[in-house]
Design a protein around this ligand. Structure first.
Ligand SMILES: [Zn+2]
Length: 645
């Protein structure tokens, strides 16, 4: 599908820093540097697959993925993880399961595509200021409105492409976005502007596909927009199991199952197992869409159901087995092409449900357990780091430059040449790193269109990096001071983080995010990213790890996701603190420590916060020293008991 319109990313607010310099060509779509985004696959193998015969297709499911970095829409205050698709691909790539040509890049849907489903009045109205207020539910800056439209058009293009791939291979194609099921013909609701599945179906009808189509919508929410769009169409069955029915229920071909309350695995899986197979048997679809929403999961940030990870996986595998092979133990004559879209899923864990499911599809039914979001962030940053050559970071001449430096030509200039952070990163190199890692995009999404970086290398206590939200440098967002420390931990060279300030001066504290000691403003939510950047810096500088001395209990407690105490006695102290403060909200717990309300049971004396170095091991030799039996033995020796007064 070649879409002449909109190539080159209409309205992409961010000019990649690397444009015109460096080798990467920016982090635009599938930029050549990106290992996980290979070029669009060729259709030639479709023929090969078809020739391989039907029996084999049942057992060897080809799985294609559709993804664009333009899906990564950062919106202020959104609970949606804009990097969900990227994390899924990073994980699948790291397992080695992802074929070289398995990922395809979509183009935005054209106006022609959209108007097959949506009314002209509605599409025209989207150009009016404030048009998206009713769709997203709050007032939005115009730049974000443009980006929502852009993102959703690309996602619709993704579902169009996935549909073609699924039909072409008669296998499975997955759009790592889409599922915008609350979009109606003449209005959008709950963040859905364009109904991607409906647009894909309309396109199929236009090109002559007459087969019956089943839409299985297992997002937590009612697929009301899709049902409404096909209410009078007997060739499209919409199947939705959800927490609350919103739309009309008079469609000619629809299954509507509402389950109220805080639903758990048993009731949910029973509903899927009872209701789906009869529909497939009776309706006999020739194409199936599956909205594999992960918002029914227990830890979803907005969902009210309590489905376990095992329950979610069981659901997904059941759907695939119904569609692709077996119905009640009998093998279907031919598996039905299946196009999967992500749909809902909120919070930083949403990607893991899809990742688990897709790994099972790629790994002959055996799922692989995805790492934590922090770990996958580091995996991704290390991938990105491999795509940046050292000279791009240091600004040093490469061999091809005749070996001449400024000193050779104009000796006077050498003295004025800017020094580098940690003796390594040039200012531009650091900007490149922040841009490629997506951190600057996220900063822009918080409402700071011109983030500005500054180095301060004159302080003997360490090199300082500051990131401001604006060019005049009035709004400080990130300040970090680093130096190389060879003394604190014997026989280890560490990157010492003297301090790290991350704040959003335009955000306000809320009851959910109360002020913590040492905070003037709420944080940025970028800790996993910044930690990953620092670890990658250790890789670059061949340091054993990262060193940090937390000034408050809440920072140490947060930091434990990444860091371990260098001294086993400190580890014992923190474990005892955590035990004594168990059940308290973090802000209260940290206040309790500051106010010396924690008492050593043996001595009866109150304990106070102390300087305790924490490390993230990067080399194996440091890793060995702060984990393992010997370390644990020393922690046990230092065990203490604390209590809260
Ligand atoms: Zn939902």
């Amino acid at each position: 599908m070649v879409l002449a319109e909109d190539q080159g990313g209409k309205g992409r607010a961010v000019a990649p820093l690397s444009r015109g310099g460096g080798r990467g060509g920016g982090r635009g779509d599938g930029g050549e540097g990106s290992a996980i985004l290979p070029p669009v696959g060729t259709p030639s193998r479709i023929g090969r697959w078809l020739r391989k015969g039907r029996r084999k297709l049942i057992h060897r499911n080809q799985v294609d993925f559709v993804y664009s970095q333009r899906y990564q829409l950062e919106l202020p205050g959104a609970t949606y993880d804009s990097r969900r698709g990227e994390r899924i691909l990073t994980f699948l790539d790291s397992t080695g399961l992802l074929g070289r040509r398995a990922v395809h890049r979509p183009e935005p849907a054209t106006f022609r595509h959209l108007r097959r489903v949506h009314t002209d009045e509605y599409l025209d109205s989207l150009n009016q200021p404030g048009a998206l207020t009713t769709v997203v539910g709050y007032q939005l800056a115009e730049e974000f409105a443009d980006r929502i439209l852009e993102t959703q058009r690309v996602m619709v293009g993704g579902t169009l492409l996935a549909t073609r791939l699924a039909l072409g291979s008669r296998c499975i194609a997955i759009n790592l976005g889409g599922g915008l099921h609350h979009a109606f013909a003449s209005r959008g609701e709950r963040f859905c502007v364009f109904n991607d599945v409906a647009v894909a179906i309309a396109e199929l009808r236009e090109t002559g596909f007459q087969g019956k189509i089943l839409v299985i919508d297992l997002d937590l929410h009612d697929g009301d927009g899709t049902r409404s769009l096909f209410a009078g169409d007997a060739t499209v069955h919409t199947f939705s199991i959800h927490n609350q029915t919103n739309g009309a229920d008079d469609a000619v071909e629809a299954t509507i199952v509402e389950i109220a309350g805080s639903v758990q695995d048993e009731a949910y899986l029973e509903a899927v197992r009872e209701r789906l197979p009869p529909v497939l048997e009776r309706f006999q679809p020739e194409l199936v869409f599956y909205l594999a929403g992960s918002d029914p999961a227990a830890d979803d940030q907005i969902g009210n159901w309590k489905i376990s990870a095992a329950g979610m996986l069981e659901r997904d595998r059941f759907v695939v087995s119904c569609v692709r092979g077996r119905v009640r133990g009998r093998e279907r004559r031919l598996p039905i092409p299946l196009a999967i879209v992500l749909a809902g899923g909120y919070g930083m864990n949403a990607w893991r449900y899809n990742a688990r499911f897709f790994s099972a599809l790629l790994n002959r039914g055996r799922p692989l357990e995805p790492p934590t979001t922090e770990e996958i962030t580091l995996v991704r940053f290390r991938q990105l780091a491999r795509e940046i050559a050292p000279h791009e970071l240091t600004g040093e001449a490469t061999e091809g430059d005749w070996g001449l430096t400024a000193d050779d030509i104009l000796p006077g200039i050498a003295a004025q040449r800017p020094r580098r952070l940690l003796g390594y990163y040039s200012l531009q190199g650091m900007e490149l790193t922040l841009e490629r890692s997506g951190i600057l995009d996220r900063i822009r999404s918080f409402g700071f269109p011109h983030p500005t970086l500054e180095f301060d290398l004159d302080n003997p206590a360490g090199d300082t990096v500051r990131l401001y939200g604006d060019e005049p440098k009035t709004e400080l967002l990130i300040e970090g001071r680093v130096r190389i420390d060879r003394a604190t931990v014997p026989d280890a060279a560490l990157l010492r983080l003297e301090w790290l300030l991350m704040q959003n001066p335009r955000a306000t504290f809320t009851p959910q995010r109360p002020r913590l000691p040492g905070q003037k403003y709420p944080g940025l939510g970028l800790l996993p990213d910044v930690m990953a950047l620092l670890i990658v810096a250790c890789d670059r500088l061949q340091l054993d790890g990262l060193l940090f001395v937390p000034g408050h209990y809440h920072i140490a407690s947060h930091g434990r996701k990444y860091l371990r105490f260098a001294d086993p006695a400190d580890e014992a102290f923190l474990r005892a603190l955590e035990k004594a403060l168990h059940g308290l909200p973090l802000s209260e717990a940290t206040h309790a420590v500051e106010q010396n309300r924690v008492v050593d049971v043996r001595t009866g004396r109150s304990v106070s916060w102390r300087s305790m170095p924490m490390v993230v091991p990067v080399t194996e030799r440091l890793q060995e020293r702060i984990t393992g039996e010997e370390y644990e033995r020393k922690v046990a020796e230092a065990e203490m008991e604390l209590t809260l007064t």
